[in-house]
Design a protein around this ligand. Structure first.
Ligand code: HEM
Length: 220
């Protein structure tokens, strides 16, 4: 496992040189706690009751709320390093960076703009109350991976959907790569484990909500 994480981080370094741009590194200051980065334009049919049942199904407890908040505090000062690893992983895989193409090649501008919202997502996920406004924004993120892909950043000639299979597969790398960052927060091994567990549940929850557009009517 350690070897795999090291490989992903090493790929990160490679990809920062190949995929990042000045805009990406200038994005540091543009995220903040307890704020959804933009107001969503559409409301989701997913209700708070649906959300509560999903959380129940994920064995979500109040302890998860507490440790997710702790994870947010540990991750916030490391957000750029986290994003370097994730972008490295994407940048090191041609079949993934493809989705950030514009006119057939990776767009530094697109990658840089999404990077800012990605960081905001981490903070929102750890700190925000999951209310109807949050649910609506998850709907918006789902649309941005599908029917609204490329629209927010006005990207020309980009693949018009992120394929479903990769939406699912991403859960593992997004979960496993966060652990070394959680370990850097001066917390006990038990606290690290609990933060990681809560993070895993929150990523799964996000991904379920985001993949609604891929699911047949009435099957969600
Ligand atoms: C667990 C799975 C995933 C997570 C946690 C994730 C996270 C995110 C976040 C937070 C954003 C920004 C949302 C916003 O606009 O506020 C985003 C956008 C984006 N992601 Fe993902 N993502 C996942 C799967 C994937 C996969 C598999 C790809 C393919 C490489 C991908 C490619 C993209 C692209 C191209 C955008 C920009 C969409 C747009 O045009 O607005 N994502 N993702």
């Amino acid at each position: 496992m350690k070897l795999k994480i090291t490989t992903i981080i090493a790929l990160g370094v490679i990809a920062i040189t190949s995929c990042s741009n000045p805009q990406a590194s200038a994005s540091k200051v543009e995220v903040s706690q307890n704020k959804i980065s933009e107001t969503p334009k559409e409301s989701t049919p997913v209700t708070i009751e649906d959300l509560l049942l999903l959380k129940k199904t994920l064995l979500w407890t109040e302890e998860d709320d507490k440790y997710l908040k702790m994870a947010g505090d540990v991750l916030e000062p490391q957000l750029d390093d986290v994003l370097d690893v994730w972008y490295g992983y994407v940048g090191g895989n041609e079949h993934l960076v493809y989705y950030f193409n514009s006119h057939g090649k990776p767009s530094g501008d697109y990658l840089g703009k999404v990077r800012v919202r990605f960081k905001q997502w981490v903070l929102d996920l750890c700190n925000r109350k999951y209310d109807q406004e949050w649910l609506n924004y998850q709907n918006e993120i789902g649309l941005r991976h599908t029917t609204k892909k490329g629209q927010t950043d006005k990207v020309e000639n980009t693949p018009n959907i992120v394929n479903y299979r990769y939406m699912m597969a991403f859960i593992y790398p997004i979960t496993v790569t966060i652990k070394p960052f959680l370990e850097k927060g001066n917390k006990t091994p038990e606290e690290i484990e609990k933060m990681h567990n809560a993070w895993f549940k929150a990523v799964v929850l996000s991904d379920i909500l985001w993949t609604k557009p891929y699911i047949k009517e009435n099957h969600f």
